[in-house]
Design a protein around this ligand. Structure first.
Ligand SMILES: CC(C)(COP(=O)(O)OP(=O)(O)OC[C@H]1O[C@@H](n2cnc3c(N)ncnc32)[C@H](O)[C@@H]1OP(=O)(O)O)[C@@H](O)C(=O)NCCC(=O)NCCS
Length: 169
């Protein structure tokens, strides 16, 4: 069973999401990101992979989340190989709580969850001008693998970023 990384900050709790959190998570998604999803998609990912659906909470209020999907298919890092991949689908921290290390703690916990789910690698798409997120991901060992032209509905480009989760892979 996955361990929750010990809470070194008494106020902010990093924990697994539950179905009761989904409404607040969706509200944060609408406030912080242009990419939105149906309520059932959030529930589906929570049911499929609760180990990688993480929230940050303060005073019973959700202030950040990450939602990931565990996928099996072609490896992003090794040509012609198959891999179990942890895909970061959506990740945000409310603006007033940023730059306090919360995003970092959320990603750390999601990566633990991906390892529990036996993922060999993690990957994500990020807007090429999103320096904050790119730097955060690079700190976790993600590197830019490709530029995905016109990936977003507004025509903007994404970087495909990926990292190995197991040294031996
Ligand atoms: C990306 C996001 C989740 C980061 O959350 P956060 O709680 O502010 O991040 P942290 O405080 O844990 O920062 C961790 C690291 O990320 C990098 N970082 C975060 N914000 C940054 C910024 N504004 N500028 C540069 N680097 C930044 C830094 O390397 C930082 O580490 P350091 O403080 O040791 O230098 C937050 O900015 C956000 O919600 N943005 C809008 C939604 C979004 O872009 N999501 C990602 C979609 S792919």
């Amino acid at each position: 069973m996955q361990k929750i990384i010990p809470d070194t900050n008494n106020e902010i709790k990093i924990r697994f999401a539950t179905s009761k959190d989904i409404t607040e998570v969706i509200a944060i998604n609408y406030k912080t990101l242009p990419e939105h999803y149906s309520n059932s998609f959030f529930m589906e990912l929570l049911l499929d992979s609760p180990e990688t659906f993480i929230v940050a909470e303060i005073d019973n209020k959700i202030i950040g989340y990450i939602m990931c999907r565990v996928e099996y298919g072609f490896s992003i890092l090794r040509k012609m190989s198959l891999a179990r991949k942890g895909h970061v689908v959506s990740f945000a921290v409310l603006e007033e709580y940023r730059l306090k290390g919360i995003g970092k703690r959320i990603v750390e916990q999601a990566i633990e969850g991906m390892k529990v789910k036996k993922c060999n690698e993690a990957y994500l798409e990020v807007r090429t001008d999103n320096q904050a997120a790119i730097r955060l991901y690079e700190n976790f060992g993600f590197s830019k693998i490709a530029t995905l032209n016109a990936y977003y509905k507004d025509g903007k480009n994404a970087f495909l970023m990926s990292t190995r989760l197991n040294k031996d892979d």
